[in-house]
Structures are given as structure tokens and as C-alpha cells.
Ligand binder design. Structure first.
Ligand SMILES: Nc1ncnc2c1ncn2[C@@H]1O[C@H](COP(=O)(O)OP(=O)(O)OP(=O)(O)O)[C@@H](O)[C@H]1O
Ligand SMILES: [Mg+2]
Length: 356
């Protein structure tokens, strides 16, 4: 093993010894799978001048319930890759890039528009680690199928996390039969592994923690910073969502957790479809700086009501800082009656068992 390189099993043990992680048999059981991939890639590449890329090791499709530690393990795996070029990216963000790349290649008149997109990846990395693979439309389904084949041919190992077994991807989707061959490819190219841990660690971390901070100020900001660090374990990236042909951007996102200010989400011209898309895309929302609402910001209040409804229905966990307690946020102006439901939901969403 090259100097400075740690394998994932040792890294996991270290984190347990440091008290950062609780030992989990199901997590331990999957570590050799990641390790298998790292070890294969750490072998020196015997690539002749004209020879094709060597076939990649079988990748890994890690799936299971929320909060089981899939993204965390994948992040740790990427850390252990050291000088093996790898890219860790949210599946959704990657697909946006692919669409942009396809668009450009078509403009340039490239016959197979996907080829340069795949080549850009195979030239730069040997591991592509996708977080939260999900397929929601047939265009993506078809693109992803071919792209995975091209990545495989180009020697790139794919590692991905998902909440569903491959057989349940794009379930009940339109023209799903077109997607079925791709499911077979996934099963051939990736080891499908369920992380069957009984523990939802995200829930555990949030349990008993205050999740509603008032008033707004340095203290609330610091608390929120701590919760963010605890839940995400890494730097944020923006996440762009396509809604009815428009793009909305969540400024900061990682491992299912998004962070935005009240102004970002309720101070802009967003509507119900946007809030539904946001609620669908995330598991936890950190919403900062909810102001005192009044007649003067009636539109913001109205949007806030819709946002909370969408989050509530999708069972998204909410962590927020606000100028006042929920019941006191909006007490004068049109729609105060409707706001009572919002306040009550805000209370319920603070409950220890909420979101399970
Ligand atoms: N063994 C563990 N001990 C302590 N904390 C853990 C452990 N495993 C995971 N966690 C923590 O639990 C939280 C959720 O983990 P993670 O985001 O990896 O879950 P996930 O399986 O990817 O969930 P989802 O399917 O919702 O994306 C993170 O804050 C992570 O650091
Ligand atoms: Mg995850």
C-alpha cells in the first residue's frame, strides 16, 4: 500500500475509536466491497500505447433506507482513494451536466452526442461516485443506460447510493419496458448490496436536538452551523432543479441536506411546483432567518405556507432559525387563519418522532 494511503476498514475503525461513529455490523459488512474496488484500482495500470482501457472492477450499488450511512460510507471510500482520480457527485447534479454536454455536442453537430460527454469523464477519473441515484423520466433513463455502458467501456468504476433496489428504479414510469435492459446492465456491472442497518442515524442525530432556533442571531447561526457539520460531514455544493423548464437553485446541498435562507426560498417568485420539487429532492432542510411576517410581507408569508405544506407532506425534516416562535410569526394580515395550520405543522415537525 502506498504511503499515506488508508484502507476504508482502518478508517472506519479509527472513527469508531475517536467516538465519531457507532459500530454497525451492516456497515462493517459492506466495507470489503468498497475495499475490493480500491484495491483493484490501486494496482498499477498496464496500459499499452494503443490498448484500450482495462476493464474496471465491478462497481457497487449500495441501497437501503434513509439515514443508514450510505452517503457517509461512500464519502469515506472516496477519501481513501488518495491519488486514484475520482469524482463524487450528486446524481441529479451530474445529470444536469450531462444534459448541458449533450446540448453542446448537438450544437457542434457531433453524431453521437453522448460520446464526448462520456469521454470527458473517462479521461479524467477512474471512479465515479454518485450519491442518490434515482430515475424519474424516460429520457434520463435512456441516457443513463448508454452512459453507464460507455463509462464501463472506458474503464471507469461506478459506485452509487440509492434508496431503491435496481428492480424498483423508475417504478411505474412511462415506457418503463425501455428501461429494463439497463437494469440488467446495472446488475452485471455493479454489485448490488443492501445496507440493512436497523438504525436511522440521521434521525438519531436529530433526536433530542433543538431544531427551531429563536431569535435570529449569532447564537442561532452557530447552532445551525454545528447541525449542518454533523449531518453532512463535508462541503456543500449548489443543487439545481429543473421545474417546468425553469431552473431553481438550492445554494447549498450535501448528503440529502439543503441549506437556504428564508429569502432564498420565500423571497423569490417561486410557486407550489417549485416547493414540491424541492421537497422531493431533499431529506432535511436547514432554513435560516425566518423573519417576523406581517401585512408588508404577505407574499413571503403565503409562499412560506406552501413551502411548509410541501415539506410536511414529503416528510422532510426541518431545522430553522426564526425571529419568533411559530405561533407568533404571522399574527396580523391576510391569511393569518391559514397560518395557524403552518404554525401547528412547524411545531409538529419539531417533534422527536417526526419524519419517521
Ligand atoms: N455508524 C454511525 N455512527 C454514527 N453516525 C452515523 C453512522 N452512520 C451514519 N451516521 C450519520 O448518520 C447521518 C446519515 O448518514 P447518511 O447521510 O450517510 O445516510 P444515507 O444512508 O445516505 O441516507 P439517505 O438514504 O437518506 O441518503 C450522517 O450524519 C452520518 O454521519
Ligand atoms: Mg444519502
Amino acid at each position: 500500500m502506498a504511503q499515506g494511503m488508508t484502507d476504508l476498514i482502518s478508517l472506519y475503525e479509527d472513527r469508531i475509536a475517536d467516538g465519531m461513529l457507532t459500530r454497525d455490523d451492516a456497515q462493517e459488512a459492506v466495507l470489503p466491497q468498497f475495499e475490493r474496488i480500491r484495491a483493484a484500482l490501486a494496482e498499477p495500470v498496464k496500459r499499452g500505447f494503443f490498448r484500450k482501457a482495462p476493464p474496471p472492477p465491478k462497481g457497487l450499488y449500495l441501497w437501503g433506507g434513509v439515514g443508514r450511512g450510505k452517503s457517509m460510507l461512500m464519502d469515506m471510500f472516496v477519501e481513501t482513494l488518495d491519488d486514484i482520480p475520482a469524482r463524487r457527485v450528486h446524481f441529479h447534479a451530474f445529470m444536469q451536466e450531462v444534459h448541458a454536454g449533450l446540448h453542446k455536442a448537438r450544437e457542434d453537430g457531433v453524431e453521437d452526442a453522448l460520446a464526448p460527454v462520456a469521454e470527458a469523464v473517462t479521461k479524467s477519473v477512474r471512479v465515479l461516485a454518485f450519491d442518490e441515484m434515482q430515475i424519474t423520466d424516460i429520457t434520463d433513463a435512456m441516457i443513463v443506460g448508454r452512459l453507464f455502458d460507455m463509462l464501463h467501456a472506458g474503464g471507469v468504476a461506478v459506485v452509487t447510493t440509492s434508496n431503491r433496489h435496481p428492480d424498483d428504479l423508475y417504478k411505474d414510469g412511462l415506457n418503463r419496458q425501455l428501461f429494463l435492459p439497463f437494469i440488467d446492465h446495472i446488475k452485471e456491472q455493479l454489485e448490488v448490496w443492501e445496507l440493512i442497518s436497523p438504525t436511522d442515524y440521521r434521525q438519531n442525530r436529530l433526536e433530542g436536538l433543538p431544531v427551531y432556533f429563536t431569535p435570529i442571531g449569532p447564537e442561532a447561526r452557530e447552532k445551525i452551523r454545528e447541525v449542518w457539520a454533523d449531518l453532512t460531514g463535508g462541503p456543500a455544493e449548489p443543487l439545481a432543479l429543473q421545474v417546468k423548464g425553469r431552473e431553481i437553485v438550492l445554494p447549498a446541498f450535501r448528503n440529502g441536506v439543503a441549506r437556504a435562507s428564508f429569502y432564498d426560498l420565500c423571497g423569490q417568485m417561486l410557486g407550489p411546483a417549485d416547493y414540491l420539487a424541492i421537497a422531493e429532492a431533499i431529506k432535511v432542510l436547514v432554513l435560516e432567518d425566518i423573519p417576523q411576517l406581517s401585512r408588508n410581507n404577505f407574499n413571503e408569508a403565503k409562499r412560506f405556507v406552501i413551502l411548509i405544506d410541501a415539506l410536511y407532506e414529503a416528510k422532510v425534516r426541518l431545522i430553522s432559525s426564526a425571529a419568533a416562535e411559530p405561533e407568533m410569526l404571522y399574527v396580523e394580515g391576510e391569511g393569518t387563519f391559514e397560518f395557524e395550520r403552518t404554525a401547528s405543522r412547524l411545531r409538529e415537525m419539531q417533534g422527536k418522532d417526526w419524519g419517521q
